[in-house]
Design a protein. Structure first.
Length: 309
């Protein structure tokens, strides 16, 4: 993507900052972020002459004014904590559903070429039907997951009713540099790396045979740009299309870090999904095929944690 004006909501966050980083050299980028979880430090290494930042809540600011002349919107601003959504479903609803609706309405009115929505594999809930494809029934098990499902439905409605091109990307287990291991909803990879670099044994809940479809944030960025530039609308799974057990993951990180540690096994947590695996056949229609080696992406992530510890 070159010579475009793009907006990244949640652009100071983990995934959003990586999208900004990729687009920074050849495009004009505007970030919208309320800094509730995003950090300006995530983009401190970039060329600020090509970045504008609007700090504010997407439900309150004048989006149409900001969207004028914009080509694409990558919508990543959201309340992403499942525990927070269970404690305060109204706020999750306001930010994730009303916020998305405001983004879509402004995009429609300002003739945006396409909106790309960050969704989640959480919309599927817990199912034994693997690999998960886009035809699987939705079974959200938290207010967070329900808000993502609603966002997808609104994208579909705006495409069909108003002709606004939209894509919703259902992310599986994303990892990479700048992921916060200290947040209450931190993923297993940053938690393992953070603890093991401090010579602390990480906890594995259950027997460690549960599996996940882990995908690098750089591959997620690839998917976003491909989705924006493609002619396709609709919903797409974005994962590696391969599963790794938690035990296997632990051994790979052990090897990458050069340790010989043993995990601490604790009782399985109620509500944890046993297995997750994406069917990514449909995503090939937007040109998405994950490139790179899983272990190499893990090495890159470990190196970032070492440099920033």
């Amino acid at each position: 993507m070159k010579n475009k004006k793009v907006i990244v909501t949640g652009g100071l966050g983990f995934i959003g900052s990586h999208i900004v980083e990729r687009l920074n050299d050849n495009n004009e980028v505007l970030i919208i972020d309320d800094q509730s979880t995003g950090k300006i430090e995530n983009i401190k290494h970039l060329d600020f002459s090509k970045i504008d930042t609007t700090l504010g809540d997407i439900t309150k600011i004048n989006l149409e004014e900001i969207f004028e002349g914009t080509d694409y919107v990558f919508h990543h601003a959201a309340k992403i904590s499942v525990p927070e959504s269970l404690e305060d479903p109204l706020t999750s609803n306001e930010v994730n559903i009303t916020g998305t609706l405001k983004i879509l309405e402004a995009a429609k009115n300002m003739d945006i070429k396409k909106v790309v929505l960050a969704s989640s594999s959480a919309v599927y809930g817990d199912t034994e039907s693997l690999p998960l494809n886009e035809e699987n029934p939705l079974n959200p098990l938290s207010p967070y997951a329900a808000t993502k499902a609603a966002g997808e439905l609104y994208c579909n409605v705006f495409s069909k009713a108003y002709g606004l091109p939209t894509v919703a990307l259902r992310y599986f287990n994303v990892f990479g540099p700048r992921q916060d291991p200290n947040s209450q909803y931190a993923a297993v990879i940053p938690q393992f790396i953070d603890k093991m670099l401090k010579d602390k044994r990480p906890i594995i809940y259950g027997d460690g045979k549960q599996s996940r479809d882990f995908i690098s944030v750089k591959q997620i960025v690839d998917a976003n740009i491909l989705a924006a530039e493609s002619k396709e609308n609709g919903t797409f799974n974005i994962g590696l299309g391969k599963s790794t057990t938690i035990n296997q993951l632990f051994e790979i990180i052990n090897d990458v870090i050069g340790k010989d540690m043993e995990p601490i096994y604790e009782k399985e947590r109620p509500g944890d999904i046993k297995h997750s695996l994406a069917d990514i056949q449909k995503a090939k229609s937007i040109g998405f095929e994950p490139k790179g080696d899983f272990k190499d992406y893990l090495k890159e992530t470990v190196e970032w944690f070492i440099e920033n510890s």
